[in-house]
Ligand binder design. Structure first.
Ligand SMILES: CC(C)(COP(=O)(O)OP(=O)(O)OC[C@H]1O[C@@H](n2cnc3c(N)ncnc32)[C@H](O)[C@@H]1OP(=O)(O)O)[C@@H](O)C(=O)NCCC(=O)NCCS
Length: 160
């Protein structure tokens, strides 16, 4: 497919939130469902910025809760494009808790979202822009995405 290119940096998205009482679950930690909602929003915004069109979330992979987060902590969510297919895009979402004194960031969650570029009727349409890979890390993420896509295809074929 011959298309114009956009870099990973072009759609790089960083979003922050201070955890409030309404974000906390019964055990005093950040509610996982709330965090997944924020991650989904960041993934959608990242993919929208890349393709310049509507997107919908098709799948979420490797969602891993590594650590809890607590009231008044600052949560930083970063979305980066890793792969562009015909109509689908993969976005890596990393979540950090940021120490308010030092600014140090600790990873608390990570996932890979598959976003599909759709028209106003919700039907998949081709992504107009390819992904220009600049760094070795970006090239490694692209190769990783190809493996994940293969695993997803197998899973779908086997019906789970
Ligand atoms: C996502 C959706 C638009 C795909 O439609 P579809 O008719 O299955 O389309 P296709 O089979 O042509 O797939 C389109 C692309 O999505 C990818 N895709 C579809 N389902 C997928 C899945 N479960 N996991 C990973 N990729 C998927 C396909 O591999 C294809 O990629 P490509 O064009 O880059 O090769 C459709 O399944 C849908 O609307 N799902 C509901 C989305 C939703 O409501 N999300 C939650 C709210 S945001």
């Amino acid at each position: 497919m011959d298309r114009q290119m956009r870099t990973v940096e072009f759609s790089h998205t960083e979003w922050m939130k201070c955890i409030q009482y309404e974000d906390i679950n019964g055990s005093g930690r950040l509610f996982g469902g709330r965090l997944m909602q924020w991650m989904d929003e960041v993934a959608g915004i990242t993919a929208t910025r890349h393709c310049g069109s509507y997107v919908t979330t098709a799948a979420v992979d490797n969602l891993t809760f590594k650590k809890g987060a607590f009231i008044n902590e600052i949560v930083v969510i970063i979305g980066r494009m890793t792969y562009v297919g015909r109509s689908s895009m993969e976005v890596r979402v990393d979540v950090y808790a940021e120490d308010r004194k030092t600014g140090n960031r600790q990873v608390i969650n990570r996932a890979y979202f598959t976003e599909v570029c759709v028209n106003e009727d919700g039907k998949p349409v081709p992504v107009e822009y390819g992904l220009e890979l600049v760094s070795e890390v970006e090239k490694a993420e692209w190769e990783g995405a190809k493996k994940r896509i293969e695993i997803r295809r197998k899973r779908r074929a086997e019906g789970y």
